[in-house]
Design a protein around this ligand. Structure first.
Ligand code: B1M
Length: 235
Protein backbone atom coordinates (compact mmCIF):
# COMPACT_ATOMS: atom_id res chain seq x y z
CA UNK A 1 0.00 0.00 0.00
CA UNK A 2 2.99 2.34 0.27
CA UNK A 3 4.25 4.44 -2.63
CA UNK A 4 7.82 3.27 -2.29
CA UNK A 5 7.18 -0.45 -2.57
CA UNK A 6 10.40 -0.80 -4.57
CA UNK A 7 12.35 -0.01 -1.42
CA UNK A 8 10.86 -2.91 0.51
CA UNK A 9 13.11 -5.96 0.77
CA UNK A 10 11.02 -8.72 2.29
CA UNK A 11 14.00 -10.94 3.09
CA UNK A 12 15.50 -8.24 5.32
CA UNK A 13 12.40 -7.90 7.46
CA UNK A 14 12.05 -9.61 10.82
CA UNK A 15 9.00 -11.88 11.15
CA UNK A 16 6.97 -9.30 13.07
CA UNK A 17 7.27 -6.85 10.16
CA UNK A 18 7.19 -9.37 7.34
CA UNK A 19 3.83 -10.88 8.34
CA UNK A 20 1.91 -7.53 8.37
CA UNK A 21 3.70 -6.65 5.11
CA UNK A 22 2.34 -9.90 3.64
CA UNK A 23 -1.15 -8.89 4.76
CA UNK A 24 -0.65 -5.60 2.88
CA UNK A 25 0.66 -7.44 -0.18
CA UNK A 26 -2.31 -9.80 -0.13
CA UNK A 27 -4.62 -6.81 0.17
CA UNK A 28 -2.89 -5.30 -2.88
CA UNK A 29 -3.10 -8.58 -4.81
CA UNK A 30 0.67 -8.89 -5.20
CA UNK A 31 1.06 -12.59 -5.95
CA UNK A 32 4.84 -12.54 -6.53
CA UNK A 33 5.46 -10.85 -3.18
CA UNK A 34 3.15 -13.31 -1.45
CA UNK A 35 5.07 -16.24 -2.92
CA UNK A 36 8.32 -14.64 -1.80
CA UNK A 37 6.98 -14.03 1.71
CA UNK A 38 5.74 -17.61 2.02
CA UNK A 39 9.13 -18.96 0.95
CA UNK A 40 10.97 -16.68 3.37
CA UNK A 41 8.86 -17.79 6.34
CA UNK A 42 9.25 -21.46 5.38
CA UNK A 43 13.00 -20.87 5.09
CA UNK A 44 12.96 -19.46 8.62
CA UNK A 45 11.48 -22.69 9.91
CA UNK A 46 7.80 -21.74 10.10
CA UNK A 47 5.49 -24.73 9.66
CA UNK A 48 3.34 -24.64 6.49
CA UNK A 49 0.23 -24.50 8.69
CA UNK A 50 1.50 -21.45 10.57
CA UNK A 51 2.39 -19.65 7.32
CA UNK A 52 -1.09 -20.48 6.03
CA UNK A 53 -3.03 -19.27 9.05
CA UNK A 54 -0.95 -16.29 10.19
CA UNK A 55 0.36 -15.14 6.81
CA UNK A 56 -2.47 -15.85 4.38
CA UNK A 57 -5.80 -16.55 6.13
CA UNK A 58 -5.38 -13.56 8.44
CA UNK A 59 -4.62 -11.35 5.41
CA UNK A 60 -7.77 -12.56 3.68
CA UNK A 61 -9.78 -11.83 6.83
CA UNK A 62 -8.70 -8.18 6.58
CA UNK A 63 -9.64 -8.11 2.88
CA UNK A 64 -13.07 -9.48 3.86
CA UNK A 65 -13.68 -6.65 6.32
CA UNK A 66 -12.91 -3.94 3.75
CA UNK A 67 -14.96 -5.76 1.10
CA UNK A 68 -17.91 -5.80 3.50
CA UNK A 69 -17.44 -2.11 4.27
CA UNK A 70 -17.35 -1.09 0.60
CA UNK A 71 -13.69 -0.08 0.66
CA UNK A 72 -12.63 -2.90 -1.68
CA UNK A 73 -14.60 -4.10 -4.70
CA UNK A 74 -14.83 -7.38 -6.62
CA UNK A 75 -11.87 -6.78 -9.01
CA UNK A 76 -9.54 -5.97 -6.11
CA UNK A 77 -10.79 -8.89 -4.05
CA UNK A 78 -10.22 -11.19 -7.04
CA UNK A 79 -6.62 -10.05 -7.20
CA UNK A 80 -6.25 -10.68 -3.46
CA UNK A 81 -7.78 -14.14 -3.94
CA UNK A 82 -5.29 -14.88 -6.73
CA UNK A 83 -2.40 -13.82 -4.52
CA UNK A 84 -3.76 -16.05 -1.75
CA UNK A 85 -3.97 -18.97 -4.18
CA UNK A 86 -0.38 -18.38 -5.32
CA UNK A 87 0.75 -18.71 -1.70
CA UNK A 88 -1.45 -21.74 -1.11
CA UNK A 89 0.05 -23.48 -4.16
CA UNK A 90 3.46 -23.44 -2.47
CA UNK A 91 2.04 -24.78 0.78
CA UNK A 92 -0.18 -27.46 -0.74
CA UNK A 93 2.49 -30.13 -1.35
CA UNK A 94 4.08 -29.41 2.01
CA UNK A 95 0.79 -29.86 3.86
CA UNK A 96 0.13 -33.05 1.92
CA UNK A 97 3.49 -34.72 2.58
CA UNK A 98 2.83 -35.98 6.08
CA UNK A 99 2.98 -39.63 5.05
CA UNK A 100 -0.15 -40.15 7.13
CA UNK A 101 -2.01 -43.44 6.57
CA UNK A 102 -5.21 -43.27 4.42
CA UNK A 103 -8.06 -42.37 6.73
CA UNK A 104 -10.99 -42.25 4.35
CA UNK A 105 -12.39 -40.82 1.13
CA UNK A 106 -14.13 -37.48 0.78
CA UNK A 107 -16.02 -35.60 -1.90
CA UNK A 108 -16.13 -31.83 -1.45
CA UNK A 109 -17.53 -28.90 -3.41
CA UNK A 110 -18.97 -25.41 -3.17
CA UNK A 111 -22.74 -25.35 -3.61
CA UNK A 112 -24.75 -24.18 -6.60
CA UNK A 113 -24.74 -20.43 -7.19
CA UNK A 114 -21.55 -19.90 -5.21
CA UNK A 115 -18.10 -19.42 -6.71
CA UNK A 116 -16.07 -18.92 -3.51
CA UNK A 117 -13.45 -21.65 -3.37
CA UNK A 118 -10.54 -20.53 -1.21
CA UNK A 119 -11.91 -21.98 2.03
CA UNK A 120 -12.93 -25.21 0.30
CA UNK A 121 -9.47 -25.50 -1.26
CA UNK A 122 -7.94 -25.00 2.14
CA UNK A 123 -10.11 -27.72 3.65
CA UNK A 124 -9.09 -30.00 0.76
CA UNK A 125 -5.41 -29.32 1.39
CA UNK A 126 -5.67 -29.95 5.11
CA UNK A 127 -7.75 -33.10 4.68
CA UNK A 128 -5.24 -34.47 2.17
CA UNK A 129 -2.43 -33.58 4.53
CA UNK A 130 -4.17 -35.51 7.31
CA UNK A 131 -4.44 -38.62 5.14
CA UNK A 132 -7.83 -38.36 3.45
CA UNK A 133 -8.28 -38.94 -0.27
CA UNK A 134 -10.28 -35.95 -1.50
CA UNK A 135 -12.18 -35.53 -4.74
CA UNK A 136 -12.73 -31.80 -5.24
CA UNK A 137 -15.79 -31.05 -7.35
CA UNK A 138 -14.98 -27.34 -7.57
CA UNK A 139 -17.59 -24.59 -7.40
CA UNK A 140 -21.26 -24.19 -8.28
CA UNK A 141 -22.31 -27.79 -7.64
CA UNK A 142 -25.85 -29.00 -8.20
CA UNK A 143 -27.50 -31.84 -6.29
CA UNK A 144 -26.83 -34.05 -9.32
CA UNK A 145 -23.15 -33.22 -9.23
CA UNK A 146 -22.77 -34.19 -5.55
CA UNK A 147 -24.90 -37.31 -5.78
CA UNK A 148 -23.24 -38.40 -9.01
CA UNK A 149 -19.84 -38.20 -7.31
CA UNK A 150 -21.08 -40.11 -4.25
CA UNK A 151 -22.53 -42.81 -6.46
CA UNK A 152 -19.15 -43.41 -8.04
CA UNK A 153 -18.48 -45.37 -4.86
CA UNK A 154 -16.20 -45.84 -1.88
CA UNK A 155 -16.86 -42.39 -0.43
CA UNK A 156 -17.13 -41.88 3.34
CA UNK A 157 -17.62 -38.13 3.65
CA UNK A 158 -19.50 -35.45 1.77
CA UNK A 159 -18.22 -31.91 2.39
CA UNK A 160 -20.14 -28.85 1.25
CA UNK A 161 -19.00 -25.23 1.34
CA UNK A 162 -21.09 -22.03 1.04
CA UNK A 163 -19.99 -18.45 1.58
CA UNK A 164 -23.21 -16.63 0.79
CA UNK A 165 -26.35 -16.43 2.90
CA UNK A 166 -28.25 -16.91 -0.36
CA UNK A 167 -26.50 -20.18 -1.25
CA UNK A 168 -26.23 -21.88 2.13
CA UNK A 169 -29.87 -23.16 2.04
CA UNK A 170 -28.88 -25.25 -0.99
CA UNK A 171 -27.03 -27.58 1.37
CA UNK A 172 -30.42 -28.65 2.72
CA UNK A 173 -31.63 -29.35 -0.81
CA UNK A 174 -28.71 -31.75 -1.23
CA UNK A 175 -29.24 -33.45 2.13
CA UNK A 176 -33.03 -33.73 1.59
CA UNK A 177 -32.40 -35.36 -1.78
CA UNK A 178 -30.00 -37.82 -0.15
CA UNK A 179 -32.74 -38.66 2.38
CA UNK A 180 -35.30 -39.13 -0.41
CA UNK A 181 -32.94 -41.46 -2.24
CA UNK A 182 -32.33 -43.49 0.94
CA UNK A 183 -28.61 -42.75 0.91
CA UNK A 184 -28.26 -40.12 3.64
CA UNK A 185 -27.10 -42.53 6.35
CA UNK A 186 -24.39 -43.99 4.13
CA UNK A 187 -22.31 -40.81 4.42
CA UNK A 188 -20.84 -38.45 6.95
CA UNK A 189 -22.02 -34.99 5.87
CA UNK A 190 -19.85 -32.06 6.95
CA UNK A 191 -20.63 -28.45 6.08
CA UNK A 192 -18.68 -25.22 6.39
CA UNK A 193 -18.36 -21.61 5.26
CA UNK A 194 -18.27 -18.22 6.94
CA UNK A 195 -22.04 -17.56 7.23
CA UNK A 196 -22.88 -20.99 8.72
CA UNK A 197 -23.00 -22.02 12.35
CA UNK A 198 -23.65 -25.14 14.39
CA UNK A 199 -27.35 -24.49 14.67
CA UNK A 200 -27.66 -24.22 10.89
CA UNK A 201 -25.70 -27.45 10.45
CA UNK A 202 -28.09 -29.24 12.81
CA UNK A 203 -31.19 -27.69 11.25
CA UNK A 204 -30.36 -28.90 7.73
CA UNK A 205 -29.49 -32.42 8.91
CA UNK A 206 -25.71 -32.34 8.47
CA UNK A 207 -23.59 -34.43 10.82
CA UNK A 208 -21.48 -31.41 11.76
CA UNK A 209 -20.66 -27.81 10.99
CA UNK A 210 -16.90 -27.18 10.74
CA UNK A 211 -15.71 -23.71 11.71
CA UNK A 212 -12.41 -24.01 9.84
CA UNK A 213 -10.17 -26.45 8.02
CA UNK A 214 -8.48 -27.73 11.17
CA UNK A 215 -11.88 -28.44 12.76
CA UNK A 216 -12.96 -30.19 9.54
CA UNK A 217 -9.98 -32.55 9.84
CA UNK A 218 -10.62 -33.30 13.52
CA UNK A 219 -14.35 -33.77 12.95
CA UNK A 220 -13.77 -36.07 9.98
CA UNK A 221 -11.34 -38.17 12.04
CA UNK A 222 -13.84 -38.44 14.91
CA UNK A 223 -16.66 -39.53 12.63
CA UNK A 224 -14.45 -42.02 10.80
CA UNK A 225 -13.41 -43.55 14.14
CA UNK A 226 -17.08 -43.89 15.14
CA UNK A 227 -17.88 -45.45 11.75
CA UNK A 228 -15.09 -48.03 12.17
CA UNK A 229 -16.27 -48.81 15.72
CA UNK A 230 -19.81 -49.37 14.47
CA UNK A 231 -18.55 -51.61 11.67
CA UNK A 232 -16.35 -53.46 14.15
CA UNK A 233 -19.43 -54.04 16.35
CA UNK A 234 -21.24 -55.41 13.30
CA UNK A 235 -23.80 -52.58 13.12
CO1 B1M B 1 -17.32 -12.74 -1.91
N1 B1M B 1 -18.53 -12.39 -0.39
N2 B1M B 1 -18.73 -12.25 -3.15
N3 B1M B 1 -15.97 -12.90 -3.24
N4 B1M B 1 -16.06 -12.81 -0.49
C1 B1M B 1 -18.04 -12.72 0.93
C2 B1M B 1 -18.40 -14.15 1.30
C3 B1M B 1 -18.79 -11.65 1.82
C4 B1M B 1 -19.02 -12.11 3.28
C5 B1M B 1 -18.03 -10.33 1.74
C6 B1M B 1 -18.64 -9.26 2.61
O1 B1M B 1 -19.60 -8.66 2.25
N5 B1M B 1 -18.04 -9.05 3.74
C7 B1M B 1 -20.13 -11.48 1.01
C8 B1M B 1 -21.27 -12.40 1.40
C9 B1M B 1 -22.36 -11.69 2.17
C10 B1M B 1 -23.48 -12.60 2.50
O2 B1M B 1 -23.82 -13.52 1.85
N6 B1M B 1 -24.09 -12.28 3.60
C11 B1M B 1 -19.65 -11.70 -0.41
C12 B1M B 1 -20.35 -11.27 -1.56
C13 B1M B 1 -21.57 -10.41 -1.31
C14 B1M B 1 -19.92 -11.60 -2.86
C15 B1M B 1 -20.62 -11.24 -4.18
C16 B1M B 1 -22.13 -11.38 -4.19
C17 B1M B 1 -20.14 -9.82 -4.53
C18 B1M B 1 -20.75 -9.23 -5.77
O3 B1M B 1 -20.63 -9.76 -6.84
N7 B1M B 1 -21.40 -8.12 -5.58
C19 B1M B 1 -19.95 -12.23 -5.16
C20 B1M B 1 -20.70 -13.58 -5.19
C21 B1M B 1 -20.27 -14.45 -6.32
C22 B1M B 1 -20.90 -15.84 -6.21
O4 B1M B 1 -20.39 -16.67 -5.48
N8 B1M B 1 -21.97 -16.08 -6.90
C23 B1M B 1 -18.62 -12.43 -4.50
C24 B1M B 1 -17.44 -12.68 -5.20
C25 B1M B 1 -16.21 -12.84 -4.61
C26 B1M B 1 -14.90 -12.95 -5.38
C27 B1M B 1 -15.04 -13.73 -6.69
C28 B1M B 1 -14.40 -11.56 -5.66
C29 B1M B 1 -13.95 -13.60 -4.31
C30 B1M B 1 -13.93 -15.14 -4.36
C31 B1M B 1 -12.67 -15.68 -5.03
C32 B1M B 1 -12.55 -17.15 -4.80
O5 B1M B 1 -12.99 -17.74 -3.82
N9 B1M B 1 -11.89 -17.77 -5.74
C33 B1M B 1 -14.65 -13.21 -3.02
C34 B1M B 1 -14.01 -13.25 -1.75
C35 B1M B 1 -12.54 -13.56 -1.74
C36 B1M B 1 -14.73 -13.00 -0.54
C37 B1M B 1 -14.18 -12.84 0.89
C38 B1M B 1 -13.55 -11.47 0.95
C39 B1M B 1 -13.18 -13.85 1.37
C40 B1M B 1 -13.63 -15.31 1.31
C41 B1M B 1 -12.44 -16.16 1.61
O6 B1M B 1 -11.80 -16.67 0.68
N10 B1M B 1 -12.06 -16.24 2.89
C42 B1M B 1 -15.51 -12.98 1.75
C43 B1M B 1 -15.46 -12.22 3.06
C44 B1M B 1 -15.43 -13.17 4.26
O7 B1M B 1 -15.61 -14.34 4.18
N11 B1M B 1 -15.22 -12.57 5.40
C45 B1M B 1 -16.57 -12.71 0.76
C46 B1M B 1 -10.85 -16.97 3.33
C47 B1M B 1 -11.18 -18.44 3.57
C48 B1M B 1 -9.94 -19.16 4.07
O8 B1M B 1 -12.18 -18.52 4.56
O9 B1M B 1 -13.96 -19.24 2.91
O10 B1M B 1 -14.56 -18.75 5.34
P1 B1M B 1 -13.60 -19.25 4.34
O11 B1M B 1 -13.27 -20.78 4.68
C49 B1M B 1 -12.92 -21.24 5.99
C50 B1M B 1 -14.14 -21.65 6.82
O12 B1M B 1 -15.33 -20.98 6.52
C51 B1M B 1 -14.21 -23.13 6.66
O13 B1M B 1 -12.84 -23.49 6.55
C52 B1M B 1 -12.18 -22.53 5.75
C53 B1M B 1 -10.73 -22.52 6.08
O14 B1M B 1 -10.46 -22.32 7.45
N12 B1M B 1 -14.90 -23.73 5.49
C54 B1M B 1 -15.25 -25.05 5.50
C55 B1M B 1 -15.24 -23.22 4.30
N13 B1M B 1 -15.80 -24.13 3.54
C56 B1M B 1 -15.81 -25.29 4.23
C57 B1M B 1 -16.28 -26.55 3.90
C58 B1M B 1 -16.18 -27.58 4.84
C59 B1M B 1 -15.61 -27.32 6.09
C60 B1M B 1 -15.13 -26.06 6.44
O15 B1M B 1 -16.63 -28.79 4.47
C61 B1M B 1 -16.44 -29.83 5.30
Amino acid sequence: MSDDEDEIILADMPDEELVPQMHDDLYDGMAEEIKEGVNILLGRGWTPYRVLTEGLVEGMRIVGIDFRDGILFVPEVLLAANAMKAGMAILKPLLAETGAPRLGNMVIGTVKGDIHDIGKNLVTMMMEGAGFEVRDLGINNSVESYIGALNEGDIDILGMSALLTTTMPYMKVVIDTMVEQGMRDDYIVLVGGAPLNEEFGRAIGADAYCRDAAVAVETAKEFMAKKHNRMGAGA
